[in-house]
Design a protein around this ligand. Structure first.
Ligand SMILES: *[C@@H]1O[C@H](CO)[C@@H](O)[C@H](O)[C@H]1NC(C)=O
Ligand SMILES: *[C@@H]1O[C@H](CO)[C@@H](O)[C@H](O)[C@H]1NC(C)=O
Length: 262
């Protein structure tokens, strides 16, 4: 009987602790706040009322940067990357933590640069995009590729984050392709378009296993061999032309030879 009562009491106490802990966690999970570089940033300590007195810390130490404190609100002036950090506020006078904010300073994205290339003609092509300037905060991209007023299926590259692959819907098409890449982060978005015709982006990969070997008893000649790029899918229907250049080490000028491979 006694043992049972003790166990029940323990359970009640434990339950109370769990509830209290859960309530604390809701307030303590850090939330993200994204702000524009150069702006004045306002951080509100939880939902505390305007008269409440709080203390702020960043990364566990006092806030050194230029700031104002208005009750539960911390105002940082003209933020830059050095203001990034984990900000916590504590209610006075007992010092309970009331909020935790991860401040991320960045800039809105500018238009991405887009390039497209087909090294697997006539199967498909790929497009790359990149930003010329860092935004300092996480950024994502949306890609839309249109041909003859139809959106094409876009496949993300497994390795390159900013690359996608597309199949040509038809060959020898006279309709242009329109690539629209939109870049998005917490501070804004921007897009750019790139318009091209099929024939303008065809660029095979280089030849493979290029070798040059001396020919026995013929010191004035070399045997040069190579293979067509493995990525080029239909070497018979779409043969490649090769340009070969060479020069003796003692000469400045290159000699040129042009050839087709069969
Ligand atoms: C807080 O710590 C992060 C990570 O170590 C650091 O990059 C940042 O500059 C620190 N912020 C401040 C205001 O000290
Ligand atoms: C590009 O896509 C974005 C949405 O992702 C859209 O707002 C914008 O109008 C598009 N631009 C063009 C030129 O189609």
């Amino acid at each position: 009987m006694m043992a049972n009562l003790v166990t029940s009491l323990c359970c009640v106490v434990l339950a109370a602790v769990v509830v209290a802990y859960a309530q604390r966690r809701i307030q303590l999970v850090a939330r993200n706040q994204y702000e524009r570089m150069g702006s004045d940033v306002t951080m509100q300590c939880g939902s505390l009322e305007s008269g409440t007195s709080v203390s702020w810390k960043v990364n566990g130490t006092d806030v050194q940067a230029k700031h104002q404190l208005e009750g539960p609100v911390l105002i940082l002036n003209q933020v830059d990357l050095s203001h990034n950090g984990l900000y916590s506020c504590f209610q006075n006078p007992h010092g309970e933590r009331r909020d935790t904010i991860y401040l991320h300073v960045g800039v809105p994205p500018r238009e991405p640069l887009i390039t497209c290339r087909s090294n697997t003609y006539p199967k498909g092509f790929y497009c790359n995009w990149h930003l010329q300037h860092s935004t300092y905060i996480p950024t994502s991209f949306e890609v839309d590729i249109q041909h003859n007023q139809r959106s094409l299926a876009v496949e993300k590259d497994a390795v390159h984050k900013n690359r996608c692959h597309v199949r040509f819907p038809e060959v020898f098409s006279s309709y242009p392709y329109v690539v629209n890449v939109t870049v998005i982060n917490a501070l804004g978005k921007a897009f750019n378009t790139y318009v091209f015709e099929e024939s303008n982006i065809v660029k095979p990969d280089p030849p493979e296993r290029v070798t040059a070997t001396p020919i026995r008893f013929n010191p004035r000649r070399l045997e040069v061999s190579w293979q067509s790029p493995a990525t080029w899918p239909e070497i018979d229907s779409f043969p490649l032309k090769y340009f070969l250049r060479y020069r003796p080490l003692i000469r400045e000028q290159w000699q040129h030879v042009s050839t087709t491979l069969f």
